[in-house]
Ligand binder design. Structure first.
Ligand code: ACO
Length: 330
């Protein structure tokens, strides 16, 4: 059995929704610029919610929909770039909140491609009989690493979580994952630089330590990321389709990382697919990094437009630079 069956999906968006207009009193911007350059109209911002708490809520919804109890989960993977703690893993915290006591747990950091990386890892575990049920959760509070003085990034990001329950299936599957580490300085958020009682010299300077962004704030070279994403998105889908033996034209849905409406438009054009086959919720969710694909997938699923047997593609890209695509049967 090489394929996957997604048995349930879930998502959670924090209650506060912030409209574009709210940014005009913080930075020099306009609703018109944000809408036309990105497709974003509003985004949700976490207030009281923790990253692990949001992940647990999305996972609970996915398990309920699948009719699977937390104790049945063998493998629990969380993807995040905004964990509440450096250790323990968010996966362990979520496991405790869910009572998924039989699951092995770990986190994956593959930035905005995290969900696709984790889904592909889950699929590989599911090839062996000791893992029957996997839970993949992507949860992010990007607002906690956003620099609200930088207009080129602060208008883009939002918070939320998405999750899927996955089992093995005898269906076609293909994936294409990769990274270009030379592009690491193009998008990053630094950890605090430690000073110990034994430090004699400042930490060596490199692209990350030299950058004037405050500790933890995300820096992004939007233009270079834009060029990279329009190149890798079609590549990931075409290569995944080749491995799965599915013609690109047979894909019913593309669920892309929700970074920019225009990136998706260009990628769809390059794939020769009509824009109607891309599912976009960037208008009311914004860019939630690794959570954006499972949140969109859950919305699409709950809207009743996914049919069993349809071939669908998911694709993400981001800091690393990383890229990932997977094609599977719904
Ligand atoms: N409001 C008004 N003007 C702005 C804003 C804003 N919020 N942000 C930038 N501008 C200005 C710039 O300063 C620039 O002004 P100038 O010409 O006077 O210098 C002008 O708008 C054009 O700037 P560009 O950077 O060329 O704008 P662009 O059309 O490329 O859009 C954007 C910027 C939206 C960031 C785009 O480059 C993009 O989407 N990049 C990809 C981002 C992405 O894919 N990220 C995914 C990975 S990161 C993650 O997901 C966590």
């Amino acid at each position: 059995m090489n394929g996957i069956q997604i048995c349930g999906t879930g998502s959670y968006l924090p209650p506060i929704s912030v409209e574009n207009e709210a940014f005009t009193s913080i930075v020099e911007t306009s609703d018109e610029w944000i809408r036309t350059r990105t497709g974003i109209v509003s985004r949700h911002i976490a207030d009281r919610d923790t990253v692990s708490g949001m992940g647990a809520k999305a996972a609970k919804a996915a398990l309920e929909q699948a009719g699977i109890s937390p104790e049945q989960v063998d493998l629990l993977i969380v993807t995040t770039i905004t964990a509440d703690c450096s250790t323990p893993s968010t996966a362990c915290i979520v496991q405790g909140l869910l009572g998924a006591e039989n699951a092995m747990c770990f986190d994956v950091n593959a930035a905005c491609a995290g969900f696709v990386y984790a889904l592909d890892m889950a699929r590989r575990y599911l090839c062996f009989p000791d893992v029957k049920t996997a839970l993949v959760i992507s949860t992010e509070a990007l607002s906690r690493i956003t620099n609200y003085e930088d207009r080129s990034t602060c208008v883009l990001f939002g918070d939320g979580a998405g999750a899927v329950v996955v089992r093995a299936a005898n269906t076609p599957y293909g994936s294409h994952l990769g990274a270009d580490g030379k592009g690491a300085p193009l998008i990053f958020s630094k950890n605090m630089i430690p000073k110990t009682p034994f430090s004699k010299e400042p930490m060596e300077e490199n692209e990350f330590t030299k950058n004037p962004t405050a500790p933890c704030h995300i820096f992004m070279d939007g233009k270079e990321t834009y060029k990279f994403s329009t190149r890798v998105m079609p590549l990931c889908i075409e290569e995944s389709c080749k491995t799965a033996g599915i013609p690109v034209m047979d894909l019913s849905w593309i669920i892309p990382h929700q970074a920019n409406y225009r990136i998706v438009q260009t990628a769809m054009k390059n794939l020769g697919l009509p824009m109607e086959r891309a599912y976009l919720n960037i208008d009311h969710v914004g860019n939630t990094s690794s959570a954006s694909i499972p949140i969109a997938l859950d919305e699409l699923h709950r809207s009743g437009r996914l049919e069993r047997g349809q071939k669908i593609a998911v694709t993400g890209f981001g800091a690393g630079l990383v890229y990932a695509g997977a094609v599977f049967q719904w």
